[in-house]
Design a protein around this ligand. Sequence first.
Ligand SMILES: Nc1ncnc2c1ncn2[C@@H]1O[C@H](COP(=O)(O)OP(=O)(O)OP(=O)(O)O)[C@@H](O)[C@H]1O
Ligand SMILES: [Mg+2]
Length: 253
Amino acid sequence: MEITTTDMGLAARVQSLTKTYGEGASVVRALDDVSVGIRRGQFTAIMGPSGSGKSTLMHIMAGLDAPTGGRAWIGDTEITGLGDHQLTLLRRRRVGFVFQAFNLVPTLDVRANILLPFDLDGRRPTTSERARIDGLIDTLGLGARLGHRPHQLSGGQQQRVAIARALATAPDLVFADEPTGNLDSRTGREVLALLATASREHGQSIAMVTHDPIAASHADRVLFLADGRIDADKPRQTPEQISAHMLSAEVAS
Ligand SMILES: Nc1ncnc2c1ncn2[C@@H]1O[C@H](COP(=O)(O)OP(=O)(O)OP(=O)(O)O)[C@@H](O)[C@H]1O
Ligand SMILES: [Mg+2]
């Protein structure tokens, strides 16, 4: 019998993943034979230089993009080869995604953007879900902006709406692409605490891309990507250890 992703204690995994863009002389190998799992209930940081494949890896793991080669699973469901409809349902019910470019719906106000995952699933939040969403709105300081549309918000405010939306349904698996990139340090710390709490207290599995060694030091595990490959896979690191690794990787390349 095949050992499943759940047996391995993983919430998602990929095996021998490759992703290329373009053809011939202009081919870009964004991912080059990547095999990795996101551990259940853990907070994982993904680091690496610009262009190293971080967003591509997260998009494929979340079922938002298809690989050129290799396989991907969310829980025990293999998503490579799954039909569009099944994939959409699985993603909607299990996965939260904070995009590097936020992807808010411009015509909806903040409240409707946050509640979008429920609308798409054709249901309303339960009383306890409402309480949790109110808590997120409060923690993220969005209470005074609920009736505003994305273009009326600052970059950091839009980022916080994207985070609230990704966490609104309390998905098993949360991917966050530089969720603290546009935030001041206090708000950034609150977002990190929110993600750490989601994994520690609610057993959610979190994967977060960041360029910030301090943000990554909040994670249980740090994956380093370089040129489309996993360059290092380390347990919790101090900001100093992370900075030292980043420097040595730059020197090596
Ligand atoms: N749609 C696309 N078409 C062509 N090339 C692409 C496309 N998307 C990504 N790439 C290339 O794939 C490589 C990996 O991109 P990716 O966005 O995953 O990097 P990243 O590590 O997230 O970088 P950053 O830190 O700048 O966000 C880059 O060389 C990029 O130019
Ligand atoms: Mg990116």
